[in-house]
Design a protein around this ligand. Structure first.
Ligand SMILES: *[C@@H]1O[C@H](CO)[C@@H](O)[C@H](O)[C@H]1NC(C)=O
Ligand SMILES: *[C@@H]1O[C@H](CO)[C@@H](O)[C@H](O)[C@H]1NC(C)=O
Length: 486
């Protein structure tokens, strides 16, 4: 419902090209605009009469503060009012709500929850619905005894939602939320949104549109300042790390034997991969981030794989491409949705020598396949190769990651760095930055059997398959859901 978006300026801009006589035009404009304003006023009055709510142009919020329910005639509204009335009556019976509670319904789209509260005698209730991207609610701190929302899952700012509830709820007040996500993973993300609240109870109940079931979660604001975030499902049955173990147990197993034909085995493994997002509900994260380390061309993994195949549960992902090879930089300029970091992921910020290629024949093949052959070396050890290499800037990946994402974000990472993973991954573990990654796709480079030449190992890499397997195993042992990529 956006009846107030017609802007006089816009209208003026539309009319301006027809420069007839200025006076005449002005006259027409004035009439036109007055008529427009009149129309809007009528529409506004009509809406208030029909639904008993106010949603004022220019405000960031629609406020629903209903006095006369008789004017609400729409059939579907009645059904919802009936539904929420019974929900709130139950909450009164359990003592989470009382007729004297000062109550707030957050992100109520049409105000039925407020009507329902008034109907059952909770007269001091108001609803609020966000219109713009501003999220600070127009209320003082410690205002409400009871807050309710069924709109959290569609909120673009769940973390801000959480902090506003903490601010506006009185100590001892209750928050009740209806959500459809119901696995332990999303529940933990949900709890993490509310630093000041203690979880009281969750139960499954009928939603307003049967047969859909919903989760009803009750939380309470502590009277004394609570220790930061002591909410985990441990009180119930899981802990955060147990959640991670369960996800890893359900993931595809690591390939234990070195594949004799890796070009086939690794491709098949891609089809077996259990994505995090196909196992759990990823609602209630602050933001969603995909980081392609060693991105190469846009198409090679961002376009062909992440955009097309990775299940994203309708979430919008920020995308970062970390790629040092200048040959690929140009195409990212046109892609505004991808942030390019023109560096080589490394364990420190320092200048590196990047081996683009040694052999001109190989170079053309590499470029055709959209994948370079580069390997990076720290400055000192490369002094003798200077003709073959490019100077590039190394980026401290662990430090950068810690600056860019936090615990409440969902982070998917793909890494294909031509052997540097044996430096980068241990560094991520050492610094603890590894725990910021939720779903990881890692290509481990070793002296694999080659398709071209039977019984010959690739001379490019010195690490063995068993070293790769050790790396994957130790990563999973830290709780990281890591997959063998290609
Ligand atoms: C966190 O909650 C658990 C379970 O309710 C409790 O045993 C523990 O003492 C709490 N930790 C702190 C620091 O209060
Ligand atoms: C390393 O480089 C990145 C990217 O330029 C920068 O954001 C970061 O602050 C640098 N870190 C240090 C320690 O200089």
């Amino acid at each position: 419902m956006e009846p107030f978006t017609l802007k006089p300026n816009l209208l003026k801009n539309i009319l301006e090209p027809f420069t007839l006589k200025p006076n005449l035009l002005k006259n027409i404009l004035v009439r036109f605009l007055s008529f427009g304003v009149l129309l809007l006023a009528v529409r506004f009055a009509f809406l208030i009469a029909l639904r008993g709510q106010s949603c004022v142009a220019g405000d960031d919020f629609c406020l629903f503060n209903v006095r006369h329910m008789s004017s609400v005639a729409v059939q579907s509204d009645k059904r919802y009012i009936h539904y929420y009335s019974s929900v709130f009556q139950d909450l009164i019976a359990y003592g989470y709500l009382s007729p004297n509670s000062k109550s707030l319904c957050i992100d109520t789209l049409t105000g039925e929850e407020v009507l329902a509260l008034k109907r059952i005698g909770v007269s001091d209730s108001i609803g609020v619905s966000k219109k713009s991207s501003r999220w600070k609610q127009p209320f003082k701190g410690n205002t409400f005894d009871f807050e309710f929302s069924s709109g959290l899952e569609s909120s673009r700012f769940p973390v801000e939602f959480g902090s506003e509830v903490c601010r506006t709820l009185k100590p001892g007040g209750f928050l009740v939320v209806h959500v459809t996500a119901k696995d332990a993973y999303s529940f933990q993300s949900f709890l993490d949104l509310f630093e000041c609240l203690r979880w009281i109870r969750s139960r499954e109940t009928d939603g307003p549109d049967p047969p859909t079931k919903i989760q009803e979660i009750v939380m309470k604001k502590e009277r004394q300042k609570p220790c930061p975030n002591n909410n985990s499902i441990s009180g119930e049955k899981h802990s955060v790390s147990e959640l991670k173990w369960e996800i890893i147990r359900n993931a595809e197993p690591l390939i234990q034997q070195e594949p004799l034909r890796p070009w086939i085995t690794m491709k098949r493994n891609m089809e077996n991969i259990k994505y995090l997002t196909s196992m759990v509900d990823i609602s209630f994260k602050r933001k969603y981030v995909y980081i392609d380390v060693g991105a190469r061309s846009y198409a090679s993994s961002i376009g062909k794989w992440f955009k097309k195949q990775y299940p994203k549960q309708n979430k919008h992902f920020e995308i970062y491409a970390i790629e040092a090879d200048k040959a690929f930089h140009q195409e990212y300029k046109a892609r505004k949705s991808v942030k390019l970091l023109p560096y080589a992921a490394w364990i420190r910020n320092e200048t590196l020598f990047f081996e683009i290629t040694r052999d001109p024949k190989r170079k053309s093949i590499a470029t055709q396949r959209g994948r370079g052959m580069g390997r990076i070396h720290p400055v000192q050890s490369s002094a003798s190769y200077v003709e073959d290499v490019d100077r590039i800037q190394g980026l401290d990946l662990a430090e950068w990651l810690t600056n860019v994402v936090g615990e409440r974000d969902l982070v998917v990472m793909k890494m294909d760095v031509e052997g540097a993973e044996f430096h980068l991954m241990p560094r991520l573990m050492e610094t603890g930055a590894i725990h910021l990654i939720d779903d990881m796709f890692l290509e481990c480079h070793y002296n694999r059997w080659q398709k071209c030449c039977p019984a010959q190992r690739s001379p490019k890499y010195h690490n063995t398959y068993s070293q790769c397997l050790d790396l994957f195993t130790s990563l999973r042992a830290t709780g990281l859901l890591v997959h063998q990529w290609r």
